[in-house]
Design a binder for this molecule. Structure first.
Ligand code: UGA
Length: 447
């Protein structure tokens, strides 16, 4: 009989995973402790913006006309325990308040709430990003609390999906990493991922600690690549070089590669920054802190970008204060094709300028609601054109396609001064300059 799957935690990761599992043909039960989230999902609505996810969900949610009906939702752990053969834990592990370490309380509550309802053989699969050593500890906790005892196994199966590409990354993963303690875990996960495996996704089996480390080291590497190019941008600015050309040229070396070498205001979001910090904290606990001290530098290069963007803006405005100056900010989310504003470099820059007296007006294609909630005192406009109206300077801080397609002449007609700073190196400098704008970008020559 086909495996029945539960997905515990229906945020970014969980909602996408649940819909993808239904797409792969399984009966799926999604669980969340927030009833409002479950009600939305039951109506086929996604609590966040992720391209293609709502369509996928609506293809499977029971009760929606024309849907397969394979996907249902609940708030009951008892129901989840009775339903599932395989339980995916997809709750988040944010940074702890005032500390580098990550907050494991959601993971722990999920395990503690599920375990007493595991009365028959089952596989619990952790997907959340956790400090190395967590899986071994959670396996013991599970064995002690589950009535089925040794018939309940734990596997760790980190997730590498990118926001904005979550559906594609989940259905067609570039690798499937599984940390297991026994053969049953591997067998069941091969069954779950039979479709991507048949398409050729590599399946890499390892022990718990290695699987946990794969995730944090992958994110640390990505962060390192971004901070590397941003460090080069700093040097380029000092030497009057062009970081965009530099990235293009070094990227031709296959060992380096072109991807993740876009210099700008740096990385943000709910993953890279907190994963770096949690990794450093964990290495410290293990006595291996020296191995990761370089990540502190990666973090500070990244954070410095935001301050630098503020200073470039001040400079563009004549070097004085921001008081009375009108600053238009295009972009609020931490990256395009997402409505996520968690640790967003764009909003951070907007906030800093606002706190220094600037009159900031923000526009973002999808992130307005979340941005307003986080920074209610910033000004917001409904369109890019309205945001730049009367502006002394325009900042391009998230590289949405909509912004690349803006007509510099049309915008030029409504601004007070034709000055644009490209914080993402994504606009075409010639186009803007030809339309009479002063265009400046991070890590590139002034004129
Ligand atoms: C990241 C990883 O890329 C995923 O593989 C991982 O699964 C995920 O974290 C996670 O741990 O859940 P994500 O947070 O969606 O995914 O965002 P990225 O695409 O990695 O971008 C992160 C930040 O880096 C963004 O703010 C982006 O603007 C910035 N970035 C990216 C650059 O500044 N330059 C680049 O060249 C690339």
């Amino acid at each position: 009989m086909a495996l029945k799957i539960t997905v515990i935690g229906t945020g970014y990761l969980g909602a996408t995973h649940a819909a993808a599992m239904a797409e792969l043909g399984f009966e799926v039960l999604g669980l969340d402790v927030v009833p409002e989230k479950i009600e939305m999902l039951q109506r086929g609505e996604v609590p966040m913006y992720e391209p293609g996810l709502e369509e996928l969900l609506r293809r499977h949610v029971a009760g929606i006309e024309g849907a397969s009906g394979r996907l249902r939702f609940t708030t009951s752990y008892e129901e989840a325990g009775a339903f599932g053969d395989v339980h995916f834990i997809c709750v988040n592990t944010p940074q702890k308040h005032g500390e580098y370490a990550c907050d494991m309380s959601y993971v722990e509550s999920a395990f503690d709430a599920l375990a007493p309802h595991l009365t028959r053989p089952a596989l619990v699969v952790g997907k959340s990003t956790v400090p190395v050593g967590s899986a071994a500890r959670l396996a013991e906790r599970l064995a002690a609390a589950a009535p089925a005892g040794a018939d309940v196994e734990l596997a760790w199966n980190p997730e590498f999906l990118r926001e904005g590409f979550a559906v594609k990354d989940t259905l067609h993963p570039d690798r499937i990493v599984v940390g297991v303690a026994g053969e049953r875990g591997e067998e069941l996960l091969r069954e779950v991922y039979a479709t991507p495996l048949a398409e050729g996704s590599p399946f890499i089996v390892m022990d718990y600690p290695t699987s946990e480390l794969v995730k944090t080291s992958a994110n640390s590497f990505l962060a390192t690549k971004i901070s590397f190019i941003n460090a080069m941008a700093e040097v380029c600015e000092a030497a009057n070089g062009d970081v965009v050309k530099l990235a293009e040229a070094i990227g031709h070396d296959e060992r380096i590669g072109k991807k993740f070498l876009r210099a700008g205001i740096g990385f943000g979001g709910g993953c890279l920054p907190k994963d770096l910090r949690a990794f450093m904290a964990r290495a410290g606990e293990l006595g291996a802190d020296q191995a990761l001290t370089f990540l502190r530098e990666i973090d500070s290069i990244n954070m410095r970008r935001r301050g630098h963007m503020v200073e470039l803006t001040r400079d563009a405005l004549g070097g004085g204060g921001f008081l009375g100056k009108r600053v238009a900010v295009l972009g609020a989310t931490f990256k395009p094709d997402s409505d996520d504003v968690r640790d967003s470099p764009a909003l951070n820059v907007a906030g800093q300028i606002h706190l220094q007296g600037g009159q900031v007006t923000v526009y973002d294609p999808k992130g307005m609601e979340n941005a307003r909630r986080l920074f209610p005192t910033l000004g917001y406009a409904d369109t890019a054109l309205d945001a730049v109206r009367g502006a002394d300077v325009v900042l391009h801080l998230t590289e949405w396609r909509e912004f690349r397609e803006l007509d510099p002449a049309t915008l030029g007609d409504v601004v007070a001064e034709r000055r644009i700073l490209d914080g993402r190196n994504a606009l075409d400098p010639d186009l803007w300059r030809k339309a009479g704008w002063t265009y400046r970008a991070l890590g590139r020559p002034k004129a």
